[in-house]
Design a protein around this ligand. Structure first.
Ligand code: NAD
Ligand code: WQD
Length: 339
């Protein structure tokens, strides 16, 4: 059974391709490689023994997307990862973000409708909640106006799915709202490939320990949290990848309860920046050179997921302990350094 994975050479996509293949699915990837590289296919093949089918083109190209679906009549479901994802950059380049993330989504959906492909899983984000008033956030927590064009594209894509599902009764759509994905495959054959100076905490931290960056700045310790640093829900990328396989099965087997559904995908546990640093030190025996600096503009204080709905409906629960996730992350960084 063939699954079309957009953005499948990217960070979360590549881990999901591995889990799909290991669950017996066939995969075809489309990626324009704007934020990943072709060697990722080697990493996937090393783990699973199977090289996924791959085509390189830009999904904002409506004709190319249509042509792709016309040539792949055996696709049973789509997982749409392809998007630009740098929050800060999206503030600087709003048109590029709206164009890329919305046009690719609409091209994929239009071709799915035209060629009778019914099932879609979409990468949404906890960014749609902003700073919620009540924690943990459930799927009923109201969405807040996003602070960035990136965040807006996620909310808009969810709205497109909701509206389409109302009229296309045959189509079945699931949005997974990821919290903070971190980690790497335990084999260290695939992981995150940050481009330039990382914005996210984990790649910045591991690059600091590797000596690529001098010092990690901890952005603020005066928040209303137990140790004053912001709290997030860090979800292992392999656990996250598995949630996609389960969501795909739910759609293919017709077990979904509505034709548009959305689920929080996190651990359900809040972890502060300092806790994360200290857990990394314990897991790896490496010291993290950090200093407390001022707050980063736009950061929220705390967010973590209530994952009851995913636990009950999908039968999915995060399994991998944080110590293991951080060990895998470090193993991946060490491998990158040897390249
Ligand atoms: P990533 O950048 O590693 O992967 C995205 C892939 O999509 C890249 O390989 C890129 O080359 C490709 N791509 C982008 N635009 C494309 C286009 N127009 N046509 C074809 N390919 C295109 O990012 P990721 O971390 O794996 O994120 C995957 C998805 O999950 C994204 O939609 C992202 O917004 C979402 N998400 C990520 C996080 C996170 O923290 N990593 C959190 C929540 C949601
Ligand atoms: C985590 C914590 C920082 C870097 C982003 C997007 C969100 C979602 C996930 C896609 C924060 C602190 C960070 C550093 C630090 N992505 N930090 N020093 O901001 O929670 O979420 O990724 O949908 O939309 O906004 O993730 O990893 O950048 O930060 O102290 O050098 O680490 O202040 O508290 P964030 P992050």
């Amino acid at each position: 059974m063939k699954i079309f994975v957009t953005g499948g050479t990217g960070y979360i996509g590549s881990h999901t391709v591995v889990e799909l293949q290991q669950s017996g699915f066939e995969v075809v990837i489309v990626d324009n490689l704007c934020n990943s590289n072709i060697q990722v296919l080697d990493g996937i093949e090393k783990i699973t023994g199977i090289r996924p089918e791959f085509e390189q083109f830009d999904l904002t190209d409506a004709e190319a997307t249509r042509d792709f679906f016309a040539r792949h009549k055996d696709i049973r479901a789509v997982i749409h990862f392809a998007a630009l994802k740098a929050v800060g950059e999206s503030v600087e380049k709003p048109l590029e973000y709206y164009r890329n993330n919305l046009n690719s989504m609409m091209n994929v959906l239009a071709s799915m409708r035209e060629f009778g492909v019914k099932n879609l899983v979409f990468s949404s984000s906890c960014t749609v909640y902003g700073q919620a008033d009540v924690l943990p956030v459930t799927e009923q927590t109201p969405r807040k106006q996003a602070e960035s064009p990136y965040g807006n594209t996620k909310a808009m894509c969810e709205d497109i799915m909701r509206d389409l599902a109302k009229v296309e009764k045959e189509m079945n759509l699931i949005a997974l709202r990821y919290f903070n994905p971190i980690g790497a495959h335990p084999s260290a054959n695939i992981g995150e490939l940050p481009n330039g100076v990382p914005n996210n905490l984990i790649p910045y931290l591991t690059q600091t320990v590797a000596g690529i960056r001098e010092q990690l700045s901890v952005f603020g310790d005066d928040y209303n949290t137990p140790d004053g640093t912001p709290v997030r829900d860090y979800i292992d990328v392999v656990d996250l990848a598995k949630a996609h396989v389960i969501a795909i099965r739910r759609l293919i087997e017709g077990k979904n309860k509505a034709n548009y559904e959305y689920f929080n995908i996190g651990t359900g546990k809040g972890v502060s920046v300092l806790e994360l640093i200290h857990t990394f030190e314990k897991a790896t025996g490496k010291k993290v050179n950090y200093k407390i600096t001022g707050r980063r503009a736009g950061d929220i204080e705390k967010v973590w997921a209530d994952t009851s709905l995913a636990n009950q409906e999908l039968g999915w629960k995060a399994q991998i302990p944080l110590v293991e996730t951080l060990t895998n992350t470090w193993r991946w960084q060490e491998k990158l350094d040897r390249k």
